[in-house]
Design a protein around this ligand. Structure first.
Ligand code: AGP
Length: 605
C-alpha cells in the first residue's frame, strides 16, 4: 500500500523524506517521489520503480527546502509510472495520498473541465485540484472544504507554496503526526519517524491537522478544534532495523518468543488475566453468549485457533469469519454477540469494514491489533494490543504468535469468569501459557540449524500438502500460506482427515506432505495412519512433532518442538513451518521481505 511522509522544520527536508520513504518500502510500492518548498516555489522529483531511482535523480538534480512531502505509490488507479507517481500537483497546491477516491466523475464535474487540465490517470490528482479550487489564502480552510466533496479513503499530506504549513488529512487510511523539537512530521505509520521522535499524535477518521515547526493543531472536518493527548511509542529504531539478520522475516521469527512474552507481560496475575484492560462487569460478561471473530490472511488463521479454544475451553459458541466474505453477508449479530477483529496492521480494509458493520449493529467490539493507534484499534470499543513490536516483513510471523497469546489470555479471562475451568485447571493452563515464550525460543534454536542443510532438497518441489487435525488444522493452513507467499511454491493446507476425500489423489514422489503430528494419543494414531497412506503411495513426508515422538519412521524429515499440551501446540508447531518456508525462499534468492504482488498492509479492497 502507499506510504506517506512529511516534514516541516529547520533542516533540509530531502534526506529526511528519502530515509522516511525507505522505512516505508515494506508497504509495497511501484514508484516514489518528493516535493519541497524552495523559496516560495514547489520543486518536485518523481521516479517509477524502486527508491534508488528517485535517489539517482536527486543526485543529478538536487532539491532543498525545509517543508516537504514524500510518497511511495502502490498503484490502484493508473499504471505505475512517473506521471502517476506522487506528489500530485495543482496550481498552488501539491499533495500525497494513500487510499482510493470513489467519486472521481462527480469531482471532475464539480471542477469543470476549463479549470484544471488533468495530467495523470490518478484519482489522487483530483484532491490537489479540489484543494486548489477552494484555496483563497488559507490552506487549512481549503482542505476543510475539499474533504466534504471527497468520497472513499484518504490519508493526505498537503503543502502550498504560499504558506509555511504542512497539512495532514485522515479518513479511512492511516496517518500519524510525529512531534519533534522545532520540527514536526507526518507519516503513514510510526516506523519512518522513530529515528527522530517517539512522541506521536494519532489522528482519527475525519480529522485535519495543521502543522508548522512549533505547533500542531487538530480539527474535525467541521473545523472544530480537537485536543489529542501525546502517545509515546516504545519502539526504538533498532527494533525497526534488521538487527544483523539477513531478512526482517528471520529476525521477526527469532523475536517471536520475546514478542509473546511482551504480550503476556503484566496481563496475568494469580491466574487472573486482563484485569487491568477489560474492566467488564459481570452483567456484561454474562450477556455474551456468542463470539464472532473476523480477520484476513494469517490473522484469520489466528482467529480459527481463537474459535477452537474459546469454544472448547471457555465454552462459548464461536465462529471465525474471513473478513472479505463476512462484510457482504449482512450477518445476523444480536446484542449478546461479542464481535472480535484481529489485525497486525490495524488498517486492513476488509477487516475495518467488517468492524464497521458490527458497530452499525450496535454490538460490543474488541480488536486484537499490533500497530498502536491504528484505525481498527481506534474504532473498536475495546482493544488488546499485541506487543510484538514493528513487524516489517510482509510475511506475518511474530504478530501471529502474539495474536495467539492474546487469544489464550482472553480465553483464560472468560473461562475464569464463566467458571468453565476449576482452580487446578486454571493454574495448569496459566503455568503452561507462561512457559510458552521460552518454548518458542527453544523451538527456534532447535530448528534453525537444520534449515540451511534441507533447503536445497525441499526447494525443488512445485507442490506441497500441509495436513493437520483439530487445533493444528489452522496451523497447516498458516504453514502453507507462509510457503506460498514467500517462495511462490504452491502449498495447500488441509484437514488431515480429508485426505481420503480427494487430496490423496495428488500424492506422488514430487508432492511432499507436511504432517503436523499432535502430541495427543487420540489424534496421533489417526494422523500416523494418514501418513502410512501417503507413504505407501511414494509420497515424501515431513513431520512436525514434539520431541517425545522424535522417531517417525515414515518421515524423511522430522522437525521437533519441546513438549507441550495439545492445546498450546499451535504456538510451537508454527515455528518450524515459518523457518521451513523462510529457508526455501531465502535459498531460492527471492526478496523474502517484499514478496512479489504482496503488500504488508492491504488498505484497499
Ligand atoms: C500474512 O503473512 C500476510 N502478510 C497476510 O495474509 C496478512 O496476514 C493479511 O493481509 C492480514 O493483515 P493484518 O493482520 O494486518 O490485518
Amino acid at each position: 500500500m502507499c506510504g506517506i511522509v512529511g516534514y516541516i522544520g529547520k533542516k533540509n527536508a530531502v534526506p529526511l523524506l528519502i530515509e522516511g520513504l525507505k522505512a516505508l518500502e515494506y508497504r509495497g510500492y511501484d514508484s516514489s517521489g518528493i516535493s519541497v518548498i524552495d523559496k516560495k516555489e514547489i520543486k518536485t522529483t518523481k521516479a517509477s520503480g524502486k527508491i534508488i531511482n528517485l535517489i539517482d535523480k536527486l543526485f543529478k538534480k538536487p532539491l532543498s527546502g525545509n517543508i516537504g512531502i514524500g510518497h511511495t505509490r502502490w498503484a490502484t488507479h493508473g499504471e505505475p509510472n512517473e506521471i502517476n507517481a506522487h506528489p500530485q500537483q495543482s496550481k498552488e497546491v501539491t499533495i500525497v495520498h494513500n487510499g482510493i477516491i470513489e467519486n472521481v466523475e462527480e469531482i471532475e464535474i464539480f471542477l469543470g473541465e476549463k479549470e484544471y487540465e488533468r495530467k495523470s490517470q490518478t484519482d489522487s490528482e483530483l484532491i490537489a485540484h479540489l484543494i486548489d479550487y477552494f484555496y483563497n489564502g488559507s490552506l487549512l480552510n481549503a482542505c476543510l472544504k475539499a474533504v466534504h466533496i471527497l468520497n472513499g479513503s484518504f490519508a493526505v499530506g498537503v503543502i502550498c507554496k504560499q504558506e509555511k504549513k504542512l497539512i495532514g488529512i485522515k479518513y479511512k487510511s492511516p496517518l500519524v503526526v510525529g512531534i519533534g523539537d522545532g520540527e514536526n512530521f507526518i507519516a503513514s505509520d510510526v516506523a519512518p519517524l522513530l529515528p527522530y521522535t517517539n512522541k506521536f499524535l494519532f489522528l482519527d477518521d475525519g480529522e485535519v491537522t495543521e502543522i508548522d515547526e512549533n505547533n500542531i493543531k487538530i480539527y474535525d472536518f467541521q473545523g472544530n478544534k480537537i485536543k489529542r493527548s501525546v502517545s509515546v511509542v516504545d519502539w526504538t529504531r533498532e527494533q525497526a532495523e534488521k538487527g544483523g539478520y539477513k531478512h526482517f522475516m528471520l529476525k521477526e521469527i527469532a523475536e517471536e518468543g520475546d514478542a509473546a512474552r511482551n504480550t503476556l507481560l503484566g496481563r496475568i496475575d494469580d491466574n487472573l488475566a486482563l484485569q487491568e484492560e477489560l474492566k467488564w462487569n459481570t452483567n456484561f460478561m454474562d450477556s455474551i453468549n456468542r463470539i464472532v471473530i473476523a480477520a484476513c490472511g494469517t490473522s484469520y488463521y489466528a482467529a480459527l485457533i481463537g474459535r477452537y479454544i474459546l469454544q472448547n475451553i471457555a465454552k462459548i459458541p464461536t465462529t471465525a469469519e474471513i473478513a472479505s466474505e463476512f462484510r457482504y453477508e449482512n450477518a445476523l449479530l444480536d446484542k449478546n454477540t461479542l464481535f472480535i477483529v484481529i489485525s497486525q496492521s490495524g488498517e486492513t480494509a476488509d477487516t475495518l469494514e467488517s468492524l464497521s458493520y458490527a458497530k452499525s449493529q450496535g454490538i460490543p467490539t474488541l480488536s486484537i491489533v499490533n500497530v498502536q493507534g491504528s484505525s481498527i484499534a481506534r474504532m473498536s470499543d475495546y482493544v488488546l494490543y499485541t506487543h510484538a513490536g514493528p513487524e516489517v516483513s510482509v510475511a506475518s510471523t511474530k504478530a501471529f504468535t502474539s495474536q495467539l497469546a492474546i487469544l489464550y489470555l482472553f480465553t483464560l479471562f472468560l473461562s475464569r469468569t464463566k467458571k468453565t475451568l476449576n482452580n487446578q485447571q486454571l493454574k495448569d493452563y496459566t503455568k503452561e501459557l507462561l512457559k510458552i515464550p521460552d518454548k518458542i525460543n527453544e523451538t527456534f534454536e532447535i530448528n534453525l540449524q537444520k534449515m540451511q542443510s534441507i533447503a536445497p532438497h525441499y526447494s525443488q518441489f512445485k507442490n506441497y500438502l500441509y495436513l493437520g487435525r483439530g487445533i493444528l488444522y489452522p496451523i497447516a493452513l498458516e504453514g502453507a500460506l507462509k510457503l506460498k507467499e514467500i517462495s511462490y511454491i504452491h502449498a495447500e493446507g488441509y484437514a488431515a482427515g480429508e485426505m481420503k476425500h480427494g487430496p490423496i489423489a495428488l500424492i506422488d514422489k514430487v508432492t511432499p506432505s507436511v504432517f503436523l503430528i499432535p502430541p495427543s494419543s487420540l489424534l496421533l494414531n489417526k494422523t500416523l495412519s494418514n501418513m502410512k497412506e501417503v507413504n505407501s503411495r511414494k509420497g515424501e513426508i515431513i513431520a512436525v512433532t514434539t520431541d517425545k515422538f522424535e522417531k517417525i519412521e515414515d518421515a524423511s524429515l522430522v522437525l521437533t518442538t519441546p513438549s507441550t499440551d495439545l492445546i498450546f501446540s499451535p504456538f510451537l508447531y508454527i515455528v518450524p513451518l515459518q523457518l521451513f518456508a523462510y529457508s526455501i525462499a531465502s535459498y531460492l534468492g527471492y526478496d523474502v521481505d517484499h514478496p512479489r504482488n504482496l503488500a504488508k498492509s492491504v488498505t484497499v479492497e
